[in-house]
Write a protein that binds this ligand. Structure first.
Ligand code: DOR
Ligand code: ZN
Length: 346
C-alpha cells in the first residue's frame, strides 16, 4: 500500500508560539512543515505596539532551527487604548498582517482585551479603510451565557452587528466550533472567512470526559457536540475558499494543564498534517486538502501561495511522533487523535 499526495507547502493561519524556552522547544514542530504562520500576540505582557511585534518577530527568527525559511506573520493584540496610527503604520510597513481581538476574559492571557467594542470603533474603521484583517476570538464572556452557547451568542450580538456597521472590514472568525459559525460564514459572500483547528475536526465534547476528565482536550472555544464537529468537517473538506487551517496549536506545560484549574490549549503542531490527511481521507475529500491548508488562507490574506511543496505518503506503518515535547520547564503533551495516523509528511 503506497499512495502519495504532493501539495503546495501549507501555512498555519493561527498559531501560539509563546516565548523563551517554550518558543525554542515548539517552533521546530511548526517550521518543519509550514512555510508561514499567523502568530498570536497573547504573550504576557501582550504584543500591543508595533515595537513589541518587531522585538517578538526577532526572538522568533532567532529561535528557528538553522537553515529554516519559516516566516512568522505578526499580529498586534487589540486593546481599548490601541493606536490606529501605530497599527496602520505597522500594516503599511508589512510588519503585521492582522490584528487580534480577544474579548477580555475569553481565554488565556486575554485580560487586556476588549471589554466594550465601541471603544475600538476608530481602530476598526481604520482597518476597514486600509484592508487590514481582524482575527476575532468569537465568544462572549458573560458568565450567564452557557459555555457551549458562547460562539452562537457572539455571532448574534457582536459579529453580525459589527459586519452590518462595517461591511468592508475583513474579518476572520477564528477556530469556529459550531454549525452556527459555519452557517454564518457561508451566508456572507465577502470579507468574512473562518479558520478551523485540527483538533476540533477530530474531537467533540465526549472526548473531554471519556472515562474521566481529559485536560489535554480542553481548549477554548471548547469542543462542542458531535453534530457540530460534523459540520466543521464538512466545511473544512468542501474546498470552500472561506474556510482554512488555523491549528490554534497552543502549548502549555503539562503541570499547568493537569491541575485543579487547567489551562485551555491543545498542542497539535507535531502531527497536524498527518491528522488532517486522515480526516480528509475519511471524508473522501483528499483532493481538497491542498485548498484547506495551502490555498484558501493566502487568498484571503492577499498573499502569494507558497512555491515549495510537501509530499504526504500513506503507508501501513503508522507515523511515529513523540507523545510530548520537552521544554526547559517540563513536558508539553502532544495532541492524541486516538487513532494511528498513516500519512507521513516529507
Ligand atoms: O485553547 C486556547 N488556548 N484558546 C485560546 O483562545 C488561547 C489559547 C492559548 O493561548 O493557550
Ligand atoms: Zn488561539
Amino acid at each position: 500500500m503506497s499512495e502519495t499526495l504532493t501539495i503546495k507547502q501549507p501555512d498555519d493561519w493561527h498559531l501560539h508560539l509563546r516565548d523563551g524556552g517554550m518558543l525554542k522547544a515548539v517552533l521546530p514542530d511548526t517550521a518543519r512543515h509550514f512555510a508561514r504562520a499567523i502568530i498570536m500576540p497573547n504573550l504576557v505582557p501582550p504584543v500591543v505596539r508595533s515595537a513589541d511585534a518587531v522585538a517578538y518577530r526577532e526572538r522568533i527568527l532567532a529561535a528557528l532551527p538553522a537553515g529554516s525559511a519559516f516566516e512568522p506573520l505578526m499580529t498586534l493584540y487589540l486593546t481599548e487604548s490601541s493606536s490606529a496610527d501605530d497599527i496602520a503604520a505597522a500594516a503599511d510597513s508589512g510588519l503585521i498582517r492582522a490584528v487580534k481581538l480577544y474579548p477580555a476574559g475569553a481565554t488565556t492571557n486575554s485580560d487586556s482585551g476588549v471589554k466594550d467594542i465601541t471603544k475600538v470603533a476608530g481602530v476598526l474603521e481604520r482597518m476597514a479603510e486600509i484592508g487590514l484583517p481582524l482575527c476575532m476570538h468569537g465568544e462572549v464572556t458573560n458568565p450567564d451565557v452557557d459555555i457551549f452557547d458562547r460562539e452562537a451568542v457572539f455571532i448574534e450580538t457582536v459579529l453580525d452587528p459589527l459586519r452590518r456597521r462595517l461591511p468592508q472590514l475583513r474579518v476572520i472568525m477564528e477556530h469556529v466550533t459550531t454549525s452556527h459559525g459555519i452557517d454564518y460564514v457561508k451566508s456572507e459572500s465577502s470579507n468574512l472567512a473562518a479558520t478551523l483547528t485540527t483538533h476540533h475536526l477530530m474531537i467533540n465534547r465526549n472526548h473531554l470526559f471519556k472515562g474521566g476528565i481529559r485536560p489535554h482536550y480542553f481548549c477554548l472555544p471548547i469542543a462542542k457536540r458531535r453534530s457540530h464537529q460534523l459540520a466543521l468537517r464538512e466545511a473544512a473538506t468542501s474546498g470552500d475558499a472561506r474556510f482554512f487551517l488555523g491549528t490554534d496549536s497552543a502549548p502549555h506545560l503539562d503541570g499547568a494543564k493537569e491541575s485543579a484549574c487547567g489551562c485551555a490549549g491543545v498542542y497539535n503542531a507535531p502531527n497536524t498534517l498527518s491528522c488532517l490527511a486522515h480526516v480528509f481521507e475519511e471524508e473522501g475529500k483528499l483532493e481538497n486538502l491542498e485548498a484547506f491548508v495551502s490555498l484558501n488562507g493566502p487568498a484571503f490574506y492577499g498573499l502569494p501561495v507558497n512555491t515549495g511543496t510537501v509530499t504526504l505518503q500513506k503507508s501501513a506503518q503508522p507515523v511515529e511522533y513523540a507523545a510530548s515535547v520537552q521544554t526547559p520547564e517540563g513536558p508539553v503533551t502532544v495532541f492524541d487523535p486516538e487513532c494511528d495516523l498513516h500519512w507521513h509528511v516529507s
